[in-house]
Design a protein around this ligand. Structure first.
Ligand code: S3P
Length: 445
């Protein structure tokens, strides 16, 4: 079954026979930061200007939802948004369901925002999002006083009833999830008293940092955040840094393709995002980090990556949350490395846009890799890959990771169902081909 957004367009890629990757490139804006910039800009007082906004389907879906909730949003140019904030209590009800597309971040964070409104809303998503667990946000929000209906099994659609008095909560997250943490904190803006969130492992802290930048009093440190309701958000300027998760595909590709020497400009280096860098360096990658100051309150750096012989490693479980979106790319690196790579403590991968452990194991096996799945990870024996056909299951990160693996396969690889790459990385094929990837689009068979 396709998890692709809307499932309307089916697109395959033909990948392989790439040359060395060379030159300099900039990847698009950060998805997590772009979602949050739209949300806080909508709820702030005044005009928020966003630059570097990710023009992907996920983040555009979030912006379209706020437009339907009565927020005027202008797009003066690509990657630019002017959000005419309506204040914390200025959203208006929309007719019909609000479509989050493929975006788990959109749906989960919106659940927190909408729980605090004076009207009812229904959140829907595409086939993939409709299979993803929502009780992780619904349970704490209900404990705060929200009334939310789900489909059986805690799946979308979510109907979020308005006109509830929310109470602050002291919530210990059962899984490390920035989305759950953020949903609870956003509901906390509307709650009486203090909302406190504790995490088993620290996760990305963009919500906390951006709330502070929008003038909301908040205390946070790795693994913990505390705020109280009853304040105001003030419009801000948000300069979205380039997405480390998008840069990750090039870090791996240039590492595995002989002769490569690639520079990635001004990549967001929030330490809660850069676990893959650590993992690749432990595998022997040749990556130089040249700090380039800050952008939008986030550290950014130019990254120079050259081909290197990679060795398999055991990925420490403590690194998992800092590289949660990068495992598909790591699996591709591991399949081409010398020796064995062991991933554990990563069961969350099974509830992403696809079951990413099963998706990568099946796809790489069909190209000749030796991989054993475990419930919370995989054991990957590095070696050679051959050409053939592999299915991305409509998951953007699986598609791009298979495109990397294909660069070192001995024959061409048809990667199925790739249209969904537009959710997070519009223009990937052009940028990758320009850097030297053997990669082109093909009509689905
Ligand atoms: C995100 C958090 C992560 C990540 C997702 C984006 C965010 O999900 O996988 O791509 O923007 O908060 P979890 O928090 O569910 O791990």
């Amino acid at each position: 079954m396709s998890g692709g957004s809307g499932g309307a367009t089916r697109l395959d890629w033909l990948a392989g026979e790439g040359g060395p990757l060379r030159g300099e490139l900039s990847v698009p804006g950060d998805k997590s930061v772009s979602h949050r910039a739209v949300m806080l800009g909508a709820l702030a007082e005044g005009v928020t200007r966003v630059t570097g906004f990710l023009e992907g389907e996920d983040t555009r879906a979030t912006a379209a939802i706020f437009a339907r909730l009565g927020v005027r949003i202008e797009a003066p140019g690509p990657g630019e948004r002017q959000m005419h904030g309506v204040g914390l209590h200025g959203l208006r009800p929309a007719e019909g369901p609000l479509d989050c597309g493929n975006a788990g971040t959109g749906m989960r964070l919106l659940a927190g925002v909408l729980a605090g409104q004076g009207f009812d809303s229904t959140l829907v998503g595409d086939a993939s999002l409709s299979r993803r667990p929502m009780n992780r946000v619904v349970d704490p929000l209900r404990r705060m006083g929200a009334r939310i209906d789900t489909a059986p099994g805690g799946l979308p659609p979510l109907t979020i009833h308005g006109n509830n008095v929310l109470q602050g909560i002291d919530f210990e997250l059962p899984v490390a999830s920035a989305q759950v943490k953020s949903a609870v904190l956003l509901a906390g803006l509307y709650a009486r008293g203090e909302t406190r969130v504790r995490e088993p492992h620290p996760t990305r802290d963009y919500t906390e940092r951006m709330l502070a930048a929008f003038g909301w009093p908040i205390r946070f440190s790795p693994g913990q955040a505390v705020l109280s309701g009853g304040h105001r958000l003030r419009a801000a300027e948000v300069a979205v840094p380039a997405d480390f998760s998008s840069a990750a595909f090039f870090l791996v590709a240039a590492s595995v393709v002989p002769g490569s020497d690639l520079r990635l400009r001004r990549v967001g280096m929030n330490p809660r995002r850069t676990g893959l860098l650590q993992a690749l360096q432990a595998m022997g990658a040749d990556i130089t980090v040249e700090p380039a100051g800050e952008q939008g309150g986030e550290p950014v750096a130019d990254l120079r990556v050259r081909h290197a012989r990679l060795r398999g490693i055991e990925v420490p479980e403590a690194w998992v949350p800092d590289m949660i979106d990068e495992f598909p790319a790591l699996f591709a690196a591991a399949a081409l490395a010398e020796g064995r790579t062991v991933v554990s403590g990563a069961a969350e991968l099974r509830v992403k846009e696809s079951d990413r452990i099963a998706a990568m194991a099946t796809a790489l096996r069909s190209l000749g890799a030796r991989i054993d799945e475990t419930p919370d990870g995989a054991v990957i024996e590095g070696g050679r890959l051959h050409g053939g056909e592999a299915d991305s299951l409509g998951d953007h990160r699986i598609a791009m990771s298979l495109a990397i693996a294909a660069q070192r396969a001995s024959g061409e690889v048809r990667i199925r169902d790739c249209a969904n790459v537009a959710t997070s990385f519009p223009g990937f094929v052009g940028l990758a081909a320009g850097a030297g990837f053997g990669l082109r689009e093909a009509a689905a068979r």
